[in-house]
Design a protein around this ligand. Sequence first.
Ligand code: RFL
Ligand code: PHB
Length: 391
Amino acid sequence: MRVQVAIIGAGPAGMVLGHLLHRAGVDLIVLEQRSRAYVEGRVRAGVLEHGTVQTLRDLGVGERLAAEGLVHDGVSLACDGDVLRIDLAALTGGRGVTVYGQQEVMRDVFDAAEARGLPVIFGCEDVALEGLDGAAATVRWGQDGAAQSVVCDFVAGCDGQHGVSRASVPPGVLVTHARSYPFAWLGILADVPPAAPELIYASHEDGFALASMRSATRSRYYLQCPLDTRIEDWPDGRFWDELERRLGPEAAAGVVRGPSFDKSLAPLRSTVTEPLRFGRLFLAGDAAHIVPPTGAKGMNLAVADVRRLAEALLAFYAEGGEGALDAYGPAALRRVWQAARFSWWFTGLTHRFPGADGFDRRLQRAEFDVLAGSRAAQMAFAEAYVGPAEV
Ligand code: RFL
Ligand code: PHB
């Protein structure tokens, strides 16, 4: 088998890239190690930037998103119980964010792939990349015990944090810059109405809390917790008590308790791998970088990367010449580092760090007060949170 582009991984990066290339007539294949049900079932992102929504609409996979996505014009920050609403739309010329779960995005892109004949192969075992620095690359995998392979011009490594693509680059070529945060997020989903119509990010003496949602009847909540936290030590009652305490009386007033049906733990990390190209391989999305979830940037960066990568590949096929392909990584990384900066800053503002003393805590409070008292500071926050204006 021969294709122009082999895409490794059918997460948001791989599937959006698949759609962008497929509609332009590029011959491609998407290879995913898991099942569709597994990829669609992962509880992850919830906040889509304006540019991400535009991309999904532009691809014709935004119909349900337009009908069911919750457009948020603002977001609230709480510090020790004091609540500050940031009017995202007013501060950014009308750009808000849309709350629509990654699970829903995945369902939409998979349904559209089936309808359009975009080939996605699930259950690919032991994917291996060869000839990345040669005249053509070969991707090998196993399926139901049979060996399969495809020869291609380019490989798009969209296989996430633990994928095979980045690991296939010879030692010494890539550099990964990393920051591990000394805590995790414990998240729950519950079929109860959200505490408030908009998200609330809360900074409290005992740690961060976030009130988010998936719909008018489904809530998503997170608590900062130590890295060695055991989920079984957090029965629902304890979670709700702690959440309400950290949100403070004003923000907690709207919390509706109910049984959780999903509870998960995610350590916070930030990594950026450079460069994004090795010969015929391009890295995109979580395969190249991770941001802590505080800034809600992960899936948005994945979509932004592949939008750039698709343009570069299409320019190559239209005009020949590798200029656009070489420019992909540096352009994508500028945006990535901005998101890494914002996510780092916002995590620092809202989380309790082990060993932090009164000085640290008062600086956090001062930073909150700067935001509360300055339209310019709020504008900077709003611009970073909603993401760039241009698609
Ligand atoms: P994914 O989604 O990890 O997809 C990679 C795919 O590659 C497959 N794969 C392989 N396939 C073939 N061969 C191999 N060897 C393979 N190895 C792996 C995997 O099975 C998978 O299907 O990466 P992608 O596409 O780059 O997308 C990234 C996003 O999923 C991620 O950044 C976000 O979920 C991060 N994130 C958030 N992002 C936001 O934009 N807004 C948010 O509000 C937000 N909240 C979050 C988050 C991530 C979280 N966790 C759990 C880390 C909240 C949380 C708690
Ligand atoms: C979510 O709803 O899962 C969510 C929202 C905002 C974040 C992170 C996660 O910053």
